[in-house]
Ligand binder design. Structure first.
Ligand SMILES: O=c1[nH]cnc2c1ncn2[C@@H]1O[C@H](COP(=O)(O)OP(=O)(O)O)[C@@H](O)[C@H]1O
Ligand SMILES: [Ca+2]
Length: 491
């Protein structure tokens, strides 16, 4: 007689089917119930009114997570046509009008139902700081015009203001460390180096920073449950455009008709106006007695001599602290890695010098050979690049190397810790994201309460538990129900 398989009884089949259905139902509920509801996003807009130009950034984050774990990302950026708002000192309404194109595009980029709740900020940096020093009435008028223009859009306008140098430095530091996920995880932070046209910032955490030595350089944060004591300094006039004016002013003290500038390529020749050169609070004190109205600016293309010229814009002699960078400004010992962005990146990227593995000596050699290249050859090799930018890369590269090594005291060894970056995970490095995160309270002081298990972990535990229960039921049926026991073999 054929042996009957005890597992093929109607009872076991029914139990198995019910068991499988129960498991599928349980896992489905676990997956569906715990899945985040369809993502809805919130938005924030920040205008970076820099000295050379204005840029608009739209940030986006999941609506239900804005207070803790949600990642804020850059959704869109727009470069405002024309110069920075400080250049409209004589025609303030045009400063407002200049923003219209990018603002109209933002209206399309942000979903209509979110317009009214989307905060809109404008922060101005060193260009407006200088205009405010020079002519505060003119800077007020520019702000009035800009505010009027921005109020005309359907967003929640939160105001336009000049950021302090500390804010600019500290928010740049927040941005790079937020994007790198270092803050939430409590990892060692990275320093931030920002080079603009009219000012430059250095910000880093140094374990050897005694705040009492220079309290004005200290910014303290409590973020995600960790305390940070940040050193930050902004050097007004030490952005690359103002530094170039200061270097030219040094070379034209006696009001000559021609200068031979080692920071420009051999064969370069341009007529320049003294009035433009001295039209800045950064250089006005050095105005020569009887300057001719124009001078011939010619190039010699010599990196070493250019470094000597650049060094003259720094004061290395006075320091009332235990240690200084330059101009009698305290700086604690450098520590850790650094992200260098904005003009640091634009210049070093053009010169093909962003690779972190390039030693400082090689950087200097490459710069020397670039500066020595005749101007006509440079123009031929880069037909699409704006001549103004092109003519200044030798100066800018030399300025960057000199600022980093002679100014901030980076050595051949510590130079390797600098990463030249434009963006991190799709968001531009700069102060704007940190500024918005701060103003919208999007980085909590304390670590958020995370669910004990991530979604995937939760689903796995439910699935495994369900399977174990099912096996347990089958085993107990097999052990304790006589009908399930194997029948004795009948001979
Ligand atoms: O493509 C580029 N090549 C070289 N320099 C650039 C490029 N784009 C922007 N820059 C420079 O980056 C700097 C940006 O400075 P910004 O306008 O932010 O001034 P600020 O931060 O001092 O207020 C300016 O010197 C500008 O000329
Ligand atoms: Ca800037």
């Amino acid at each position: 007689m054929k042996e009957k398989n005890p597992w093929h009884t109607p009872a076991t089949i029914i139990i198995t089917v019910i068991g499988v259905i129960a498991i599928v139902a349980l896992v489905t509920v676990a997956v569906l119930q715990n899945r985040p509801v369809l993502q809805k996003y919130k938005y924030g807009i920040v205008l970076d009114a820099g000295s050379s130009h204005t840029a608009l950034y739209i940030y986006e984050w999941p609506a239900e997570k804005d207070n803790n774990t949600g990642r804020v990302e850059q959704k869109y950026s727009c470069k405002v046509k024309g110069k920075g708002i400080s250049s409209y000192a004589n025609t303030p309404e045009k400063a407002g009008e200049s923003l219209n194109e990018c603002m109209q595009e933002s209206v399309k980029q942000v979903p209509k139902e979110r317009h009214h709740e989307t905060p809109l900020y404008l922060g101005a940096t060193a260009g407006m700081r200088l205009l405010n020093l020079e002519n505060s009435l003119a800077s007020d008028k520019v702000f009035q015009a800009v505010e009027k223009a921005l109020q005309g859009f359907p967003f929640s306008f939160q105001g336009a203001r000049i950021l302090s140098g500390q804010e600019e430095g500290a928010f740049g530091w927040v941005t790079v460390n937020y994007l790198d996920d270092r803050l939430k995880q409590g990892l060692e932070t990275t320093g931030a180096l920002d080079l603009g046209g009219a000012s430059t910032q250095i910000s880093f955490v140094s374990d050897n920073y005694d705040i009492s030595e220079s309290p004005s350089n200290s910014v303290t944060f409590r973020l995600y449950g960790n305390d940070y004591n940040l050193y930050t300094h902004s050097f007004l006039c030490y952005g690359k455009d103002q530094a170039l004016l200061m270097a030219l002013a040094h070379q034209t003290k006696s009001g000559p008709k021609t200068i031979v500038d080692p920071c420009f390529h051999p064969g370069y020749l341009e007529q320049k106006q003294y009035s433009v050169l001295y039209d800045s609070p950064c250089v006005s004190a050095r105005k020569p007695q009887n300057p001719t109205t124009t001078f011939s600016h010619t190039g010699a293309g010599n990196f070493t001599q250019c470094q000597d010229v650049v060094k003259k814009v720094f004061n290395f002699t006075s320091c009332q602290y235990s240690r200084c960078s330059f101009n009698d400004v305290f700086q604690p010992p450098l520590q850790g890695t650094y992200g260098a962005f904005s003009a640091y990146y634009f210049v070093m990227d053009f010169l093909n010098l962003t690779d972190a593995s390039t030693p400082l000596e090689t950087v200097k050699q490459k710069l020397a050979s670039y500066c020595a290249t005749p101007w006509n050859q440079i123009v031929q090799q880069h037909p699409t690049i704006k001549v103004k930018y092109l003519s200044e890369y030798c100066f800018s590269g030399t300025y960057i190397v000199t600022l980093l090594t002679e100014g901030y005291n980076f050595t051949s060894e510590s130079y390797a810790n600098i990463n030249f970056i434009k963006e991190i995970k799709g968001s531009d490095a700069g102060w704007t994201l940190g500024y918005m995160l701060n103003l919208t309270n999007m980085i909590p002081a304390e670590a958020p309460d995370l669910p004990p298990l991530p979604h995937a972990g939760y689903v796995s535990v439910v699935t495994i538990t369900a399977l174990l229960l099912f096996v347990l039921v089958i085993l107990s049926l097999f052990c304790f129900c006589p009908g399930f026991k194997k029948q004795p073999h009948i001979v």
